[in-house]
Design a binder for this molecule. Structure first.
Ligand SMILES: *[C@@H]1O[C@H](CO)[C@@H](O)[C@H](O)[C@H]1NC(C)=O
Ligand SMILES: [Mg+2]
Length: 259
């Protein structure tokens, strides 16, 4: 009898404490499917950090209430400081890395929002700081006519070249805009890359990660060693043969460019 009442008491205490937790613990209220949906309003800085850390995946647009936060982040210097911090770290690494004796050491750079900036387009009403989806055709039209440089990444690029690495540019842009893209890269101050890999017809239907993994695997099969890999999307830096070190350039606006 004594035992039974103790058991009842313990069970009751457990039940009531877990009930109390549920009232103030948002983790207990899971079941939500989209970031920043009505059932759970993610804090905007937590959203941005979660995106950069690859904790938040498969999101399509930013939470609409985070638009002014993202706008301030991009336009009032914090974005530039974040890019600069990554570029400095990557350049230090490029300088200190012991080259391989047998393999050709290369750096892989993504192009869109890594070497070239489309911030003007992302701020336009078409994208509205990520509250609207980004579509490939207008995105690349803007990129090939109006893109600007990401200054800290140009400095990193030049530092990597000076340290004797070959450069491979790996982009999801279609081969059909190759000439215009080369022109945009040159206008932004980039030169001297070894390879420019763009998406051909044979690559259609692959996810961004599958496409980039396959291209990097081809490079590795050609006895290149990927010393560094720089991109603004996690699909640039995940999958197979990602390289010895990866560097994530911030991008809180879009998670992929849609066909
Ligand atoms: C490039 O910028 C100019 C000046 O802002 C603008 O008139 C033009 O439409 C832009 N190009 C594209 C493809 O949007
Ligand atoms: Mg990119």
């Amino acid at each position: 009898m004594m035992r039974l009442s103790l058991l009842v008491f313990v069970a009751f205490t457990l039940l009531s404490s877990s009930h109390a937790d549920a009232e103030f613990n948002p983790i207990r209220q899971l079941g939500r499917r989209s970031v920043g949906s009505d059932d759970y309003k993610v804090n905007c800085q937590s959203f941005r950090v979660g995106v950069e850390a690859n904790n938040l995946r498969d999101w399509i647009t930013i939470p609409t209430y985070c638009k002014s936060y993202i706008k301030t982040y991009l336009q009032k210097n914090q974005y530039s400081l974040d890019v600069e911090a990554i570029a400095v770290e990557a350049a230090d690494y490029a300088e200190s890395l012991q080259k391989d004796i047998f393999l050709k050491d290369i750096w892989v750079f993504d192009i869109e929002e890594t070497l070239l900036s489309n911030l003007g387009y992302l701020a336009s009403s078409s994208v509205d700081f990520g509250t609207q989806q980004v579509y490939a055709t207008p995105y690349y039209e803007w990129l090939t006519s109006n893109a600007t440089v990401v200054p800290a990444i140009l400095e990193l690029y030049n530092a990597v070249v000076e340290n004797g690495f070959e450069i491979v540019l790996l982009s999801e842009a279609p081969e059909s805009i190759g000439d215009a893209l080369v022109q945009a890269l040159q206008n932004a101050g980039f030169s001297g890359w070894t390879k420019l890999i763009l998406k051909g017809d044979a690559d259609n239907g692959k996810s961004p990660e599958e496409y980039k993994s396959a291209k990097r695997t081809e490079l590795v099969n050609l006895r290149y060693r990927i010393a560094g890999n720089v991109g603004d999307q996690w699909s640039d830096l995940s999958g197979e043969n990602v390289g010895i070190r990866t560097f994530k350039v911030p991008n809180p606006v879009y998670n992929r460019i849609w066909d």
